[in-house]
Write a protein that binds this ligand. Structure first.
Ligand code: ZN
Length: 169
């Protein structure tokens, strides 16, 4: 491979059972900056080319990494661990994707375009995988109304009024 993250001939890559491993640094990544909280970390990827039992060419993409998200309950930082495998059936550029294949959940169909951009595929997969409303397994929301330990500001205000009333004029 002369260029990082590029597969020059995807169909050949699959038929020869080749593999490509790399890392996508999150620092400076504009596409992922919108969904992540902070630029620390990286996503490791391994792309395997293979011919399926149906004699069709496939890409199998392994992703793993730890990214920072913002918890939507306590609004604190949280680490989100990504560890997934995706399967893609390669379709010749311009060829029609058979409808029945679109209904199979096990894989997506992608065009086997020359100089295939693996980084863009990794980014697509991360964007799809990021939870919509990430939350810590257990944490407390910052409640303005207060809980058991904390007195509500309204109660405190009421007390203050009562006190000032008691002091009288
Ligand atoms: Zn939280």
């Amino acid at each position: 491979m002369s260029r990082a993250g590029i597969v020059s001939d995807p169909l050949r890559f699959a038929s020869e059972g080749r593999s490509l491993t790399g890392k996508l640094a999150l620092k400076g990544n504009k596409r992922l900056a919108d969904v992540l909280s902070g630029e620390q970390g990286e996503v490791g990827y391994t792309l395997l080319g293979e011919i399926g039992r149906d004699d069709k060419p496939y890409f199998r993409l392994f992703l793993n990494g730890a990214m920072n998200l913002q918890c939507q309950r306590c609004l604190g930082p949280m680490v989100w661990e990504l560890d997934q495998v995706s399967l893609f059936q390669l379709v010749r550029p311009g060829a029609e994707i058979p409808e029945e294949e679109l209904e199979i959940d096990e894989f997506d169909a992608i065009e086997a375009t020359p100089d295939f951009d693996v980084i863009a595929l990794v980014e697509d997969e991360v964007l799809l995988a990021v939870p919509f409303a990430p939350r810590h397994e257990s944490c407390d929301a910052p409640r303005p109304q207060g809980g058991v330990e904390k007195e509500s500001p309204f109660a405190a205000l009421a007390k203050l009024r009562k006190n000032s009333g008691a002091q009288g004029v």
